[in-house]
Design a binder for this molecule. Structure first.
Ligand code: PLP
Length: 232
């Protein structure tokens, strides 16, 4: 299947699911995850209507940044080392992986230097997998209450990566829990917090995530095919 066919297929699924749930498909942001994908294919996807792309490595953002159509929004979806923040802070539109105080402090410092406000999502490790980054569910409120005083950081929502499974129905509870937390935080009306995005769902499980209220889905393989990892 071509990139164009894949995108059509995903868009049809988004339309079906949102209409079944009385939602507007336009409220769902489809992020094309472009890690390992070359810039020709990225630009192809942009020509087929992709407005948002996601990368998980700062080096890849730097390498591709000037070769990709300038209209696109960049999402940092991977684990972010504090010492890399300075290289990407002005390039990225949304950081999905804010998961610790040391990183928040570094983002605050660099954002303040550039006199910008940085939009972030809090990454939550709902299923408490050892191999994954993110705050535990029960740490999130405390964390938010500590970083709302950071003037240059805006919290825009939550992100999670569900455990990989052949049977995506098994991870529905992950999406349900994150949705509940999202609603709980929204009701608190914190300053500097604007609960707008619920980033959950990948190729394997995005349809379940959408049913549970995701409004940002991150799809790589389902658009570009299987990833080929090259040696660095
Ligand atoms: C790679 C990646 C994705 C996309 O995964 P696919 O299964 O290829 O759709 C989504 N989110 C994050 C954080 C990723 O690292």
């Amino acid at each position: 299947m071509s990139i164009q066919d894949n995108l059509l297929n995903i868009r049809n699924n988004i339309n079906d699911i949102t209409s079944r749930h009385g939602r507007d498909p336009k409220d769902v942001t489809l992020i094309a995850v472009t890690k390992t994908v070359d810039t020709d294919d990225i630009n192809k996807a942009i020509n087929f209507g992709i407005t948002d792309i996601g990368e998980n490595k700062v080096q890849e953002i730097e390498a591709k940044y000037s070769k990709v159509e300038t209209s696109v929004k960049w999402h940092m979806i991977g684990h972010l080392q504090s010492n890399k923040v300075k290289y990407m802070i002005e390039k990225v539109d949304l950081i999905h992986s804010l998961d610790r105080m040391s990183l928040a402090k570094e983002i605050q410092k660099r954002a303040n230097e550039h006199n910008i406000i940085v939009d972030t999502l809090i990454q939550v490790n709902v299923a408490e997998e050892e191999s994954k980054f993110g705050l535990r569910y029960d740490e999130v409120l405390d964390f938010i209450e500590k970083i709302i005083k950071f003037e240059n950081i805006r919290i825009k929502g939550l992100m999670t990566i569900a455990p990989y499974t052949d049977e995506p129905e098994e991870v529905r509870f992950v999406f349900k829990q994150l949705r509940n937390l999202f609603d709980e935080i929204s009701l608190k009306n914190y300053k500097n917090v604007d609960m707008k995005y619920l980033s959950m769902g990948m190729t394997n499980d995005y349809q379940i995530a959408l049913e549970e209220g995701a409004n940002m889905i991150r799809i790589g393989t389902g658009i570009f095919g299987k990833r080929i990892y090259k040696e660095d």
